[in-house]
Design a protein around this ligand. Structure first.
Ligand SMILES: Nc1nc2c(ncn2[C@@H]2O[C@H](COP(=O)(O)OP(=O)(O)OP(=O)(O)O)[C@@H](O)[C@H]2O)c(=O)[nH]1
Ligand SMILES: [Mg+2]
Length: 362
């Protein structure tokens, strides 16, 4: 956001660019819809969008030269502040597009990391986000300082808390080492707590799912925990755990976790390892799905892929189809599916029964 006076802030204007490398089977609308939601969450106003099917990659700018010219025209006609490209760009590609359009250029991963940077609250969450940002910017340093630093602050430059993202290679390397050491300490504390819990024989249950599926709302409804839930992507960045009694000798520790997204930056997976380990250590996963999302099947597949990548795919899983209340039409779900409305507290008892059946078989 740009400050125009002490109290008024205006949103940065963004032009978004969809990219497809494989012409068949690609849904630009779906991809751009998600990128628009991400921009909205990052406080950007999307003023135009454009797409390109890439058959042959132009190494200098990834996009073809005609497309770059078109974007430059859009930038000046609409007074845009930033171009957001829906794929990962190399440092020099970012810098070249930026020079051609005279505006800063960020890619999808930087946008996601920027959202994380402005939302992480706990000290561990902030450490993880900063680590992810530094790891992502290190190989792209010349362009980050060239294409972004040149245009001042705003999206792409936000770091957790007061710390601005450093743009000096040596400082970044030192910071990465320092952050990794601090995170090991936090991890050790976490392991200690975990072994305490294991001693108490409390079953661990983790809520997982695509961002905005309703995990925190479900956590709130089940435990009355009062966790921040919002219609934004990545509302939750810190894990929260609550003890829940499901009956005599049926005690579980329920953990709400950060949401997943398609094409999660790899730097994120590395940096959020500690948080993701919480998921891997669970006895049961509750996979929350937004049934009202027309792309819910694709999103289920993305979540299963991430679970596989972090080694959590062998943990028993209950798939919960949420936002049932929004369904005004007929729809198909697998047999025995649990349909809930976390918001309206519908069928939550059915979910609790299923948890008990799996964790405490009679
Ligand atoms: N209609 C309806 N809306 C719901 C339901 N459950 C959640 N929502 C809404 O969906 C949005 C996202 O909910 P959250 O609980 O923040 O989702 P989340 O999965 O925790 O999202 P992240 O933390 O961003 O990954 C909020 O606006 C909720 O009010 C439901 O059962 N019905
Ligand atoms: Mg949440």
């Amino acid at each position: 956001m740009k400050k125009i006076s002490e109290n008024i802030e205006i949103k940065e204007k963004a032009i978004i660019v969809g990219v497809n490398f494989n012409e068949s089977k690609f849904d630009f609308d779906k991809e751009l819809e998600e990128l628009t939601s991400l921009c909205h969450t990052a406080n950007l106003e999307v003023v135009a969008s454009t797409t390109q099917n890439i058959k042959e990659i132009n190494p200098a700018t990834l996009l073809g030269s005609g497309k770059v010219e078109e974007i430059a025209t859009l930038v000046s006609a609409l007074s845009a502040d930033v171009v957001v490209v829906d794929t990962e760009l190399s440092g020099s590609q970012m810098s070249n597009i930026s020079s051609a359009c005279s505006v800063k250029v960020i890619d999808r991963s930087m946008l996601i990391l920027d959202i994380f940077a402005s939302r992480a609250k706990s000290s561990e969450g902030r450490l993880q986000v900063k680590l992810a940002q530094l790891k992502y910017s290190l190989p792209r340093l010349s362009s980050v300082s060239g294409s972004i630093g040149r245009f001042g602050g705003g999206v792409g430059m936000r770091g957790p808390g007061e710390t601005k993202l450093e743009l000096d290679k040596r400082t970044i390397k030192n910071d990465i080492l320092k952050l990794e050491r601090e995170l090991i300490k936090v991890k050790n504390q976490r392991m200690l707590q975990k072994s305490e819990r294991a001693k108490n024989m409390v079953k661990q249950v983790a809520l997982v799912g695509y961002t905005n599926a309703g995990k925190s709302t479900l956590m709130n409804t089940i435990t009355k925990a009062g966790i921040y839930a919002d219609d934004l992507l990545f509302a939750t960045l810190d894990t929260t755990s609550r003890m829940l009694y499901l009956g005599p000798n049926k005690k579980i520790m329920l953990t709400d976790t950060v949401g997943f997204i398609d094409r999660l930056p790899h730097a994120f997976i590395q940096a959020f390892n500690a948080t993701l380990e919480e998921t891997c250590g669970a006895d049961l996963l509750i996979h929350v799905v937004d049934l009202s999302d027309k792309n819910y099947l694709d999103k289920i597949a993305v979540v299963q892929d991430v679970l596989h990548e972090i080694g959590a795919d062998k943990i028993p899983q209950i798939v919960v189809y949420n936002k049932f209340d929004k369904m005004g039409r007929l729809f198909e779900v697998p047999e025995n599916a649990i349909l809930v409305s976390a918001k309206n507290n519908v069928n939550i008892d059915m979910l609790k029964d299923r948890i008990c059946e799996i964790l405490f078989p009679e």
